[in-house]
Design a protein around this ligand. Structure first.
Ligand code: SF4
Ligand code: SF4
Length: 374
């Protein structure tokens, strides 16, 4: 059966602004029937890496916060720390990046909690049944413990999954650092001997007691025992020399499938308590994790809202591919409406697999009925 996906476009006039339309769009999902007064509601967003400008504007987030507060629930903005080393690697720099990008309490009306804590190690294990790859998932604690979830995603291209939308925001974005490592790799991190100065910091922080210092010519160097490694990913953050790196060895289809299994785990205790919004604005070729934003691949299309995570991503991909492409060298073959922009950007990645496997896992339906909110 087709799932409802509501949509408003980006047109505005003196009497009707886009934030006002967004408020009505969100209320079309009847949040007062989904959330209870006093519920703690995690609003999962991506604050954008330092230097990124395509992330969702914080002024838009304020309208969602207002709508949630109007029913007496208690919203907070949240994201998790990144696996790679960047401006959102741990909560201190993550919060500062969020503030620098405009996500302050004054602008959005809600406080921020980094859901997996200071160093990205606060998670709750959620068992998974009938999944192809994983038996349990490490879900960021504050998202797992929230009463409800509003997932606000910037829809754009993604180098590993073709596009990044709601499913990716839930599956990867709500996992703790060890959960992200689970999805990206099936082997332990590795020490780059040339960069290691033998300081021993990683030995101190390793939760699996898997690292030791070994004499290497005149100095000591760290060595990871993969038999003991529990995949917590703590060492990647700990090493200030950048000497410990992830072995990104998972194949793309398996990476995607693990990501959807994570999405299933995240939503396990949020049945009927999760809402999704996708912003088809500034549709950049790459993820907001990049410290820059390239030109949009299509003109800004609008904002979608649904109770179905798969339907909203299916509708979003359809709308982007139906739009005329902006002239960019990477899109030469996909400028016409109807051409597959994501396949043109990433020829080896079958983004359809996102929709297919997510549907198989029972996360939603690819069939959607688009309803316009003027
Ligand atoms: S923290 Fe980095 S530099 Fe220090 S011992 Fe470990 S790998 Fe080497
Ligand atoms: S991933 Fe965790 S357990 Fe494995 S070596 Fe790094 S700190 Fe130790």
């Amino acid at each position: 059966m087709a799932s409802e996906v509501f949509m408003t476009d980006m047109s505005a006039n003196w009497n009707r602004s886009v934030p006002a339309k967004l408020f009505d769009l969100f209320n079309a999902l009847e949040p007062s029937a989904v959330f209870d007064s006093k519920d703690l509601i995690a609003i999962k967003i991506h604050f954008g890496e330092a230097g990124n400008t395509a992330h969702i504007r914080p002024q838009f987030i304020r309208k969602i916060v207002e709508a949630i507060r109007s029913i007496g629930a208690r919203p907070f903005l949240t994201d998790t720390n990144t696996l790679y080393v960047g401006s959102r690697t741990e909560a201190w720099s993550h919060l500062n990046t969020a503030y620098d990008n405009g996500f302050t309490r004054d602008v959005t009306g809600a406080p921020i909690l980094i859901a997996d804590g200071l160093r990205g190690s606060n998670s709750i294990e959620v068992p998974l049944e009938n999944s192809r790859h994983l038996k349990l998932a490490h879900v960021a604690s504050d998202i797992q413990q929230a009463d409800g979830l509003v997932v606000i995603s910037h829809f754009k291209g993604h180098e590993l999954s073709g596009f990044g939308g709601a499913i990716k925001n839930v599956g990867m974005g709500c996992a703790s650092r060890s959960g992200k490592l689970d999805q990206h790799s099936n082997i332990s991190p590795v020490v780059k001997q040339k960069k290691c100065v033998g300081c021993g910091e990683c030995v101190h922080w390793c939760r699996g007691a898997a690292i030791e210092l070994i004499q290497h010519e005149k100095t000591k160097k760290a060595k990871i025992n993969s038999e003991k490694c529990i995949g917590c990913a703590e060492c990647i953050l700990t090493c200030r020399r950048g000497a410990i790196s992830i072995q990104w060895n998972e194949s793309i289809p398996v990476f995607m499938e693990k990501m959807f299994e994570y999405a299933k785990a995240v939503l396990k205790n949020k049945s009927g308590k999760a809402l999704f919004l996708n912003f088809l604005t500034d549709v950049s070729p790459l993820c907001d994790c990049t410290p820059f934003s390239d030109r949009s691949i299509v003109p800004s299309i609008g904002i979608l809202a649904s109770k179905d995570m798969v339907a909203i991503d299916s509708a979003s991909a359809n709308l982007v591919n139906s739009a005329p492409g902006n002239a960019m060298s990477c899109l030469k073959s996909a400028l016409e409406p109807g051409a597959d922009k994501f396949r043109a950007l990433f020829p080896d990645i079958d983004w359809n697999h996102q929709i297919e496997y997510a549907e198989q896992l029972g996360l939603g339906s690819r069939d959607f009925e688009l309803k316009l909110i003027p």
